[in-house]
Design a protein around this ligand. Structure first.
Ligand SMILES: *Cc1c(COP(=O)(O)O)cnc(C)c1O
Length: 374
Protein backbone atom coordinates (compact mmCIF):
# COMPACT_ATOMS: atom_id res chain seq x y z
CA UNK A 1 0.00 0.00 0.00
CA UNK A 2 1.03 3.59 -0.58
CA UNK A 3 2.07 5.84 2.28
CA UNK A 4 -1.10 8.00 2.13
CA UNK A 5 -3.23 4.90 2.68
CA UNK A 6 -0.98 3.51 5.40
CA UNK A 7 -1.18 6.83 7.24
CA UNK A 8 -4.94 6.30 7.57
CA UNK A 9 -5.16 2.54 8.07
CA UNK A 10 -2.43 2.54 10.73
CA UNK A 11 -4.11 5.22 12.85
CA UNK A 12 -7.80 4.28 12.77
CA UNK A 13 -9.40 1.33 14.47
CA UNK A 14 -12.74 -0.19 15.30
CA UNK A 15 -12.84 -0.74 19.04
CA UNK A 16 -15.53 -2.49 21.06
CA UNK A 17 -17.52 0.77 21.14
CA UNK A 18 -17.18 1.03 17.31
CA UNK A 19 -15.29 4.32 17.58
CA UNK A 20 -13.55 4.95 14.23
CA UNK A 21 -11.04 7.33 15.75
CA UNK A 22 -9.50 5.96 18.94
CA UNK A 23 -10.48 7.59 22.22
CA UNK A 24 -7.83 8.97 24.59
CA UNK A 25 -7.25 6.64 27.53
CA UNK A 26 -6.69 8.99 30.44
CA UNK A 27 -6.10 6.31 33.04
CA UNK A 28 -2.97 5.71 35.08
CA UNK A 29 -3.68 2.08 35.89
CA UNK A 30 -5.61 -0.99 34.66
CA UNK A 31 -7.59 -3.55 36.66
CA UNK A 32 -6.12 -7.01 37.17
CA UNK A 33 -8.00 -10.25 36.53
CA UNK A 34 -9.70 -11.92 39.48
CA UNK A 35 -6.73 -14.18 40.14
CA UNK A 36 -4.49 -11.09 40.27
CA UNK A 37 -2.65 -11.74 37.02
CA UNK A 38 -2.53 -10.12 33.59
CA UNK A 39 -2.64 -11.68 30.15
CA UNK A 40 0.33 -11.09 27.85
CA UNK A 41 -1.06 -8.12 25.92
CA UNK A 42 -3.03 -6.59 28.79
CA UNK A 43 -2.32 -3.05 29.91
CA UNK A 44 -1.04 -2.69 33.48
CA UNK A 45 0.24 0.82 34.10
CA UNK A 46 0.41 3.90 31.90
CA UNK A 47 4.21 4.25 31.82
CA UNK A 48 4.67 0.64 30.71
CA UNK A 49 2.16 0.79 27.87
CA UNK A 50 -1.24 2.21 27.03
CA UNK A 51 -3.66 1.88 24.10
CA UNK A 52 -2.77 5.25 22.56
CA UNK A 53 0.96 4.59 22.66
CA UNK A 54 0.64 1.04 21.38
CA UNK A 55 -1.37 2.24 18.41
CA UNK A 56 1.04 5.09 17.71
CA UNK A 57 4.02 2.73 17.82
CA UNK A 58 2.36 0.34 15.36
CA UNK A 59 1.79 3.28 13.04
CA UNK A 60 5.35 4.62 13.44
CA UNK A 61 6.73 1.21 12.43
CA UNK A 62 4.42 1.07 9.41
CA UNK A 63 5.21 4.64 8.28
CA UNK A 64 8.99 4.20 8.58
CA UNK A 65 8.80 0.65 7.14
CA UNK A 66 10.44 -0.90 10.19
CA UNK A 67 9.64 -3.80 12.50
CA UNK A 68 9.54 -2.19 15.91
CA UNK A 69 8.90 1.35 17.18
CA UNK A 70 9.31 3.22 20.46
CA UNK A 71 7.53 6.47 21.28
CA UNK A 72 9.24 8.98 23.56
CA UNK A 73 8.38 12.25 25.26
CA UNK A 74 10.61 14.26 22.88
CA UNK A 75 13.03 13.84 20.02
CA UNK A 76 15.95 14.25 22.39
CA UNK A 77 14.54 11.62 24.77
CA UNK A 78 14.53 9.26 21.77
CA UNK A 79 18.13 10.19 20.91
CA UNK A 80 19.17 9.76 24.55
CA UNK A 81 17.66 6.25 24.54
CA UNK A 82 19.97 5.28 21.68
CA UNK A 83 23.02 6.47 23.64
CA UNK A 84 21.73 4.62 26.72
CA UNK A 85 22.06 1.32 24.83
CA UNK A 86 25.84 1.89 24.75
CA UNK A 87 28.41 1.20 27.45
CA UNK A 88 31.30 3.11 29.04
CA UNK A 89 34.24 3.03 26.65
CA UNK A 90 32.08 2.71 23.52
CA UNK A 91 32.83 5.18 20.76
CA UNK A 92 30.31 7.16 18.69
CA UNK A 93 30.85 9.07 15.45
CA UNK A 94 28.68 12.17 15.16
CA UNK A 95 28.36 14.64 12.29
CA UNK A 96 30.27 17.88 12.87
CA UNK A 97 27.01 19.79 12.50
CA UNK A 98 24.72 17.48 14.49
CA UNK A 99 21.57 18.93 16.05
CA UNK A 100 22.76 20.95 19.02
CA UNK A 101 20.97 18.86 21.66
CA UNK A 102 22.35 15.59 20.26
CA UNK A 103 25.83 17.09 20.45
CA UNK A 104 25.31 18.02 24.12
CA UNK A 105 24.03 14.51 24.88
CA UNK A 106 27.08 12.82 23.36
CA UNK A 107 29.81 15.27 24.28
CA UNK A 108 28.65 16.36 27.72
CA UNK A 109 25.98 14.26 29.43
CA UNK A 110 27.04 10.79 28.23
CA UNK A 111 30.73 11.72 28.26
CA UNK A 112 30.45 11.69 32.04
CA UNK A 113 29.36 8.03 31.76
CA UNK A 114 32.44 7.14 29.70
CA UNK A 115 31.10 7.48 26.17
CA UNK A 116 33.72 8.52 23.62
CA UNK A 117 32.74 10.69 20.72
CA UNK A 118 34.32 12.03 17.53
CA UNK A 119 32.71 14.66 15.36
CA UNK A 120 33.38 14.30 11.65
CA UNK A 121 32.34 16.00 8.45
CA UNK A 122 30.42 12.99 7.13
CA UNK A 123 30.25 14.29 3.57
CA UNK A 124 33.85 12.99 3.44
CA UNK A 125 33.56 9.20 3.78
CA UNK A 126 37.32 8.79 4.10
CA UNK A 127 37.28 10.98 7.19
CA UNK A 128 34.52 8.82 8.67
CA UNK A 129 36.48 5.65 7.93
CA UNK A 130 39.57 7.20 9.51
CA UNK A 131 37.64 8.08 12.66
CA UNK A 132 36.51 4.49 13.28
CA UNK A 133 38.19 2.79 16.25
CA UNK A 134 37.86 -0.78 17.58
CA UNK A 135 35.40 0.67 20.13
CA UNK A 136 33.12 2.35 17.56
CA UNK A 137 29.57 1.08 18.15
CA UNK A 138 27.45 3.79 16.59
CA UNK A 139 27.55 6.10 13.60
CA UNK A 140 24.99 8.85 14.14
CA UNK A 141 23.77 10.48 10.94
CA UNK A 142 21.62 13.54 10.34
CA UNK A 143 20.60 14.38 6.79
CA UNK A 144 19.53 16.95 5.67
CA UNK A 145 21.48 18.67 8.44
CA UNK A 146 20.56 21.70 10.49
CA UNK A 147 20.82 24.51 9.44
CA UNK A 148 23.02 24.18 6.31
CA UNK A 149 21.09 21.26 4.78
CA UNK A 150 24.21 19.25 4.16
CA UNK A 151 23.40 15.85 2.66
CA UNK A 152 25.33 12.70 3.53
CA UNK A 153 25.14 9.25 1.95
CA UNK A 154 23.07 7.05 4.29
CA UNK A 155 23.77 3.85 2.34
CA UNK A 156 27.55 4.39 2.42
CA UNK A 157 27.61 5.36 6.10
CA UNK A 158 25.50 2.35 7.12
CA UNK A 159 27.89 0.13 5.17
CA UNK A 160 30.88 1.63 7.01
CA UNK A 161 29.12 1.06 10.34
CA UNK A 162 28.37 -2.57 9.57
CA UNK A 163 31.95 -3.28 8.48
CA UNK A 164 33.00 -2.45 12.01
CA UNK A 165 30.24 -4.01 14.10
CA UNK A 166 28.59 -0.65 14.77
CA UNK A 167 25.00 0.44 14.28
CA UNK A 168 23.92 3.30 12.07
CA UNK A 169 21.22 5.63 13.44
CA UNK A 170 19.71 8.36 11.29
CA UNK A 171 17.93 11.45 12.60
CA UNK A 172 15.21 11.50 9.94
CA UNK A 173 13.26 14.43 11.41
CA UNK A 174 13.82 16.70 8.41
CA UNK A 175 13.63 13.97 5.77
CA UNK A 176 10.40 12.44 7.12
CA UNK A 177 9.39 8.90 6.07
CA UNK A 178 7.53 10.49 3.18
CA UNK A 179 10.75 11.62 1.48
CA UNK A 180 13.47 9.38 2.91
CA UNK A 181 13.58 5.85 4.38
CA UNK A 182 16.84 5.31 6.29
CA UNK A 183 16.01 1.68 7.16
CA UNK A 184 15.56 0.83 3.47
CA UNK A 185 18.92 2.50 2.80
CA UNK A 186 20.64 0.19 5.29
CA UNK A 187 20.43 2.09 8.58
CA UNK A 188 19.47 0.23 11.76
CA UNK A 189 17.61 3.00 13.58
CA UNK A 190 15.47 5.87 12.31
CA UNK A 191 15.00 8.61 14.90
CA UNK A 192 12.37 11.35 14.79
CA UNK A 193 11.40 14.43 16.66
CA UNK A 194 7.66 13.85 16.15
CA UNK A 195 7.29 17.40 17.45
CA UNK A 196 7.92 18.43 13.84
CA UNK A 197 6.30 16.85 10.74
CA UNK A 198 4.58 13.89 12.44
CA UNK A 199 2.65 16.18 14.78
CA UNK A 200 2.61 18.81 12.09
CA UNK A 201 0.73 21.50 14.00
CA UNK A 202 3.32 22.86 16.46
CA UNK A 203 1.21 21.82 19.43
CA UNK A 204 3.06 18.88 20.97
CA UNK A 205 6.44 17.45 21.90
CA UNK A 206 7.35 13.89 20.99
CA UNK A 207 10.05 11.55 19.74
CA UNK A 208 10.35 8.15 18.12
CA UNK A 209 12.75 5.38 17.26
CA UNK A 210 11.97 2.83 14.57
CA UNK A 211 14.22 -0.19 14.09
CA UNK A 212 14.54 -3.24 11.89
CA UNK A 213 14.11 -6.72 13.32
CA UNK A 214 16.73 -6.90 16.09
CA UNK A 215 15.52 -8.66 19.28
CA UNK A 216 18.52 -7.61 21.41
CA UNK A 217 18.30 -3.92 20.49
CA UNK A 218 14.52 -4.03 20.78
CA UNK A 219 14.64 -5.45 24.29
CA UNK A 220 17.21 -2.85 25.41
CA UNK A 221 15.22 0.06 24.00
CA UNK A 222 11.95 -1.21 25.46
CA UNK A 223 13.54 -1.43 28.90
CA UNK A 224 15.03 2.07 28.61
CA UNK A 225 11.67 3.41 27.47
CA UNK A 226 9.54 1.72 30.14
CA UNK A 227 11.90 2.07 33.09
CA UNK A 228 13.65 5.30 32.08
CA UNK A 229 10.13 6.64 31.74
CA UNK A 230 10.66 9.40 29.14
CA UNK A 231 7.32 8.46 27.60
CA UNK A 232 4.69 10.61 25.89
CA UNK A 233 1.27 11.04 27.49
CA UNK A 234 -1.73 9.27 25.92
CA UNK A 235 -2.96 12.68 24.74
CA UNK A 236 0.33 13.45 22.98
CA UNK A 237 0.28 9.98 21.38
CA UNK A 238 -3.24 10.70 20.19
CA UNK A 239 -2.13 14.05 18.73
CA UNK A 240 0.82 12.49 16.88
CA UNK A 241 -1.50 9.82 15.43
CA UNK A 242 -3.84 12.58 14.33
CA UNK A 243 -0.92 14.33 12.64
CA UNK A 244 0.20 11.17 10.85
CA UNK A 245 -3.10 10.91 8.96
CA UNK A 246 -2.34 14.07 6.99
CA UNK A 247 1.48 13.93 7.08
CA UNK A 248 1.97 12.54 3.55
CA UNK A 249 -0.17 15.30 2.02
CA UNK A 250 1.27 18.04 4.20
CA UNK A 251 4.87 17.09 3.52
CA UNK A 252 4.32 16.83 -0.22
CA UNK A 253 2.54 20.20 -0.42
CA UNK A 254 5.07 21.93 1.84
CA UNK A 255 7.94 20.46 -0.18
CA UNK A 256 6.45 21.69 -3.47
CA UNK A 257 6.13 25.20 -2.01
CA UNK A 258 9.64 25.15 -0.51
CA UNK A 259 11.06 24.15 -3.86
CA UNK A 260 9.32 27.10 -5.57
CA UNK A 261 10.50 29.49 -2.86
CA UNK A 262 14.08 28.16 -3.07
CA UNK A 263 14.13 28.71 -6.84
CA UNK A 264 12.81 32.25 -6.45
CA UNK A 265 15.30 33.16 -3.72
CA UNK A 266 18.20 31.66 -5.70
CA UNK A 267 17.63 34.26 -8.42
CA UNK A 268 17.26 37.26 -6.08
CA UNK A 269 20.12 39.78 -6.01
CA UNK A 270 19.86 40.42 -2.24
CA UNK A 271 20.47 36.75 -1.42
CA UNK A 272 24.02 35.42 -1.30
CA UNK A 273 23.27 31.68 -1.09
CA UNK A 274 20.28 29.35 -0.87
CA UNK A 275 20.81 26.00 0.82
CA UNK A 276 18.24 23.57 -0.59
CA UNK A 277 19.14 19.97 -1.45
CA UNK A 278 17.63 19.66 -4.94
CA UNK A 279 18.99 22.95 -6.33
CA UNK A 280 21.70 22.18 -8.90
CA UNK A 281 24.00 24.55 -6.98
CA UNK A 282 23.75 22.37 -3.85
CA UNK A 283 27.10 20.56 -3.42
CA UNK A 284 25.43 17.22 -2.63
CA UNK A 285 22.35 17.38 -4.85
CA UNK A 286 23.24 14.11 -6.56
CA UNK A 287 23.19 12.12 -3.30
CA UNK A 288 20.05 14.00 -2.28
CA UNK A 289 18.32 12.96 -5.48
CA UNK A 290 19.47 9.39 -5.05
CA UNK A 291 18.20 8.92 -1.51
CA UNK A 292 15.30 11.39 -1.20
CA UNK A 293 11.96 11.47 -3.00
CA UNK A 294 11.80 15.23 -2.46
CA UNK A 295 14.08 17.87 -0.98
CA UNK A 296 11.80 18.69 1.96
CA UNK A 297 10.22 21.85 3.28
CA UNK A 298 13.28 23.28 5.06
CA UNK A 299 15.74 25.68 3.49
CA UNK A 300 18.22 28.26 4.66
CA UNK A 301 19.44 31.44 3.05
CA UNK A 302 22.43 33.68 3.52
CA UNK A 303 21.45 37.31 3.11
CA UNK A 304 23.84 39.90 1.67
CA UNK A 305 24.65 42.46 4.36
CA UNK A 306 25.29 40.08 7.25
CA UNK A 307 23.49 39.92 10.57
CA UNK A 308 21.81 43.29 10.28
CA UNK A 309 20.23 42.55 6.89
CA UNK A 310 19.21 39.05 8.01
CA UNK A 311 17.46 40.38 11.13
CA UNK A 312 15.77 43.13 9.12
CA UNK A 313 14.48 40.60 6.60
CA UNK A 314 13.22 38.23 9.32
CA UNK A 315 11.31 41.07 10.94
CA UNK A 316 9.91 42.53 7.69
CA UNK A 317 8.27 39.29 6.60
CA UNK A 318 4.61 39.11 7.53
CA UNK A 319 3.70 35.50 6.78
CA UNK A 320 6.82 33.95 8.32
CA UNK A 321 6.82 34.09 12.11
CA UNK A 322 10.26 34.70 13.65
CA UNK A 323 10.40 31.63 15.91
CA UNK A 324 12.32 28.41 16.38
CA UNK A 325 11.06 24.91 15.47
CA UNK A 326 9.76 23.58 12.17
CA UNK A 327 7.40 21.20 10.44
CA UNK A 328 4.12 22.91 11.31
CA UNK A 329 1.40 24.21 9.01
CA UNK A 330 2.61 27.79 9.60
CA UNK A 331 5.78 29.13 7.99
CA UNK A 332 8.58 30.08 10.38
CA UNK A 333 11.87 31.89 9.92
CA UNK A 334 14.76 31.97 12.36
CA UNK A 335 18.12 33.62 12.84
CA UNK A 336 20.00 30.51 14.02
CA UNK A 337 23.25 32.10 15.15
CA UNK A 338 21.54 34.02 17.93
CA UNK A 339 19.91 30.91 19.42
CA UNK A 340 22.82 28.49 19.02
CA UNK A 341 25.23 30.25 21.37
CA UNK A 342 28.99 30.56 21.45
CA UNK A 343 29.93 27.20 19.86
CA UNK A 344 27.82 27.88 16.80
CA UNK A 345 29.51 27.79 13.39
CA UNK A 346 26.42 29.13 11.65
CA UNK A 347 27.00 32.32 9.61
CA UNK A 348 25.54 35.54 11.05
CA UNK A 349 23.82 36.17 7.70
CA UNK A 350 21.87 32.89 7.79
CA UNK A 351 18.12 32.56 8.16
CA UNK A 352 16.47 29.14 8.42
CA UNK A 353 13.05 28.79 6.88
CA UNK A 354 10.38 26.20 7.65
CA UNK A 355 7.83 26.36 4.85
CA UNK A 356 4.23 25.80 5.90
CA UNK A 357 0.97 25.21 4.09
CA UNK A 358 0.23 28.78 2.99
CA UNK A 359 -0.10 29.32 -0.76
CA UNK A 360 3.29 29.57 -2.52
CA UNK A 361 2.21 32.73 -4.35
CA UNK A 362 1.58 34.52 -1.06
CA UNK A 363 4.82 33.32 0.51
CA UNK A 364 6.90 34.42 -2.49
CA UNK A 365 5.10 37.79 -2.59
CA UNK A 366 5.89 38.26 1.11
CA UNK A 367 9.61 37.69 0.44
CA UNK A 368 9.55 39.99 -2.62
CA UNK A 369 8.08 42.80 -0.55
CA UNK A 370 10.39 42.30 2.44
CA UNK A 371 13.52 41.99 0.28
CA UNK A 372 12.76 45.36 -1.35
CA UNK A 373 13.18 47.00 2.06
CA UNK A 374 16.79 45.82 2.50
C1 LIG B 1 13.77 19.34 16.85
C2 LIG B 1 14.83 18.37 16.49
C3 LIG B 1 15.36 17.48 17.44
C4 LIG B 1 14.95 17.50 18.90
O1 LIG B 1 13.62 17.13 19.07
P1 LIG B 1 12.73 17.61 20.34
O2 LIG B 1 11.40 17.02 20.04
O3 LIG B 1 12.76 19.10 20.37
O4 LIG B 1 13.38 17.02 21.55
C5 LIG B 1 16.33 16.59 17.02
N1 LIG B 1 16.77 16.58 15.75
C6 LIG B 1 16.29 17.42 14.81
C7 LIG B 1 16.83 17.35 13.43
C8 LIG B 1 15.31 18.35 15.15
O5 LIG B 1 14.85 19.20 14.21
Amino acid sequence: MKIETLAITSTTLHDEKRAVIPPIYLTTTYERKEDGTFDKDDYIYNRLDNPNRRMLEKSLAVMERGDDAFAFASGLAAAAAVFQTLRAGDHVILPDDAYYGVMVLAEDIFKDFGLQCTRVNQTDLQKVAAAITPQTRLIWVETPSNPLLKIVDIYALAKLAHQTNALCAVDNTWGTPILQNPLALGADIAMHSTTKYFGGHSDLLGGALVIKKNPILSEKLRKIQKIGGAVPSPFDCWLVARGIRTMPLRVKAQTATASKLAKFLATHSAIQTVHYPFLPTHPHHEIAQKQMQGAGAMLSIEVKGGREAAMKLANSLQLFVHATSLGGVESLIEHRKSIEGEFSQTPESLLRVSVGLEHPTDLIADFKRALKKL
